[in-house]
Ligand binder design. Structure first.
Ligand SMILES: NC(=O)c1ccc[n+]([C@@H]2O[C@H](COP(=O)([O-])OP(=O)(O)OC[C@H]3O[C@@H](n4cnc5c(N)ncnc54)[C@H](OP(=O)(O)O)[C@@H]3O)[C@@H](O)[C@H]2O)c1
Length: 260
């Protein structure tokens, strides 16, 4: 029996993956703000947009469950926002949840030697991180913040090259989830998105199946990125190793100011 930790496992892709591992007879721990209803799942409630909560969860996992077999990062808040929403720690929510939480958990959770980290984001898309505006506060929109969060995750993943950890960045492309439908406020755009998802979107079951295939294909101790079932070239600018190191340093400085 494996122990799998899933953030954002109460909805969408995370919930689909939780059901998959539970059906396999694995132990599944789900972290999100609400408590879900999957029988046999272990629910830990936390607001992962707060750094302190991520450290609390990592500590709890380590003392209660020890090393785990899989960390799956799905927690996201895609809701439309015109203005930045700041956490009580003074950080923009999208940045804090979509990037900083994943940074902390990727570095604090300890895996068994055959374990994996699966960060569900959007590798393989274009864009660049602006180191002068890491939280993407200038000309803010929740959509831009979301794209920025994904580029930050590209660099987070890239920093796991040659670390001996099986780290997979996975882009499911359009998936029919409640969260994905909340990115626009405009009713016409929402209608368009509904139509788009019907034509081009995947259902969660297909995504779970694709992720299973990718996990089986990926050897131990490897950093890799996938867009559905196709590998993403690691030579892309979005995985620049120097920028990955630079981001790691900037993130550590930021975390030091929060805990000070
Ligand atoms: N759906 C797509 O089309 C698509 C496309 C590309 C990439 N992705 C990526 O795939 C992943 C999953 O997306 P999804 O659409 O399946 O997500 P979703 O349906 O929106 O579910 C989001 C999950 O995150 C949790 N969450 C939200 N805020 C939280 C917080 N502050 N603290 C802890 N947990 C929180 C939610 O639970 P609570 O509300 O209970 O906290 C929920 O379980 C994301 O990383 C997303 O970026 C999705």
């Amino acid at each position: 029996m494996k122990t799998i930790l899933i953030t954002g496992g109460t909805s969408g892709i995370g919930a689909g993956l939780a059901q998959h591992y539970l059906a396999n007879g694995d132990q599944v721990i789900i972290v999100s703000r609400s408590k879900g209803a999957l029988p046999n799942a272990i629910y830990l409630q936390a607001d992962l947009s707060l750094a302190a909560e991520n450290y609390r969860i990592a500590e709890l996992i380590s003392t209660t469950y020890g090393k785990i077999d899989g960390l799956i990062l799905c927690a996201v808040d895609q809701a439309y926002r015109q203005k930045p929403l700041m956490t009580t720690e003074g950080l923009e929510v999208t940045f804090a949840l979509q990037y900083l939480s994943r940074y902390i958990l990727s570095h604090q959770i300890i895996l068994n030697s055959t374990g994996f980290m699966l960060n569900i984001a959007t590798p393989g898309m274009n864009g660049a991180v602006n180191f002068d505006d890491l939280q993407r506060l200038k000309k803010f929109s929740s959509l831009r913040a979301n794209i920025n969060g994904n580029r930050l995750n590209d660099l987070l993943g890239a920093a796991f090259v040659n670390t001996g950890i099986k780290y997979i960045l996975y882009n499911p492309m359009s998936v029919r989830t409640a969260g994905a439908r909340s990115v626009f406020a405009n009713p016409l755009m929402r209608l368009f998105l509904k139509f788009w998802h019907r034509v081009n979107g995947r259902d969660v079951a297909t995504v779970v199946q694709n992720i299973g295939t990718v996990l089986r294909r990926t050897s131990a101790n490897q950093f890799i990125a996938y867009k559905t079932l196709s590998p993403v070239k690691l030579s892309r600018n979005t995985f620049d190793p120097d920028k990955a190191k630079k981001l790691e340093r900037a993130t550590e400085r930021l975390l030091a100011t929060i805990s000070a």
